[in-house]
Design a protein around this ligand. Structure first.
Ligand code: HEM
Length: 138
């Protein structure tokens, strides 16, 4: 597949507009507003993240999954996140670019959700009512 080059200006506008909507969203806004104190730093981190995901530069070196595991995120939160992200991507970039970044967002969200489900299930097995003591898993 041909790599699509998305200009930094489009990524920047997407991130700015997306989080402006997120902060006001009744469903997912409160989760962000409770966690993020420094919005300018978060926006610049997310611009680096997307530039790195899209392979235009390698400026992001974080562990996004570890940040999301403690947040008690459920499938409806992800659906809303993805819906707002796609809506904003289609507002700020040509459809070929939006298709690329929206496709990546879905794949990353799927990985997050699978990891969150796995960790929840493991915690339940270890600490929940029916958890089998002495399970060989660490
Ligand atoms: C239910 C949907 C989501 C919610 C409510 C959510 C919420 C948050 C919050 C509150 C933080 C700040 C964490 C902290 O500083 O401790 C964060 C960080 C971040 N989120 Fe999400 N997120 C969601 C989905 C996603 C998705 C789908 C992606 C990527 C496609 C993503 C990428 C990131 C990245 C890269 C960071 C920065 C991590 C770091 O500090 O290095 N998030 N998110």
């Amino acid at each position: 597949m041909e790599a699509v080059q998305i200009p930094a200006g489009e990524i920047s506008e997407l991130v700015d507009r997306f989080y402006a909507k997120v902060r006001l969203d009744p469903e997912i806004g409160p989760i962000f507003n409770a966690t993020i104190d420094d919005w300018p730093a978060h926006l610049s981190l997310l611009k680096n993240f997307w530039s790195t995901v899209l392979l235009t530069e390698r400026s992001y070196k974080g562990d996004p999954l570890a940040k999301h595991l403690p947040l008690s995120l459920d499938p409806p939160h992800f659906s809303r996140w993805l819906e707002l992200f796609e809506e904003t991507a289609r507002e700020v970039m040509p459809s070929e670019h939006a298709n690329t970044i929206v496709g990546k967002s879905h794949r990353i969200a799927q990985n997050f959700q699978a990891a969150i489900a796995y960790h929840r299930e493991r915690r339940f097995r270890e600490h929940g009512a029916g958890g089998a003591p002495g399970s060989s898993e660490s």
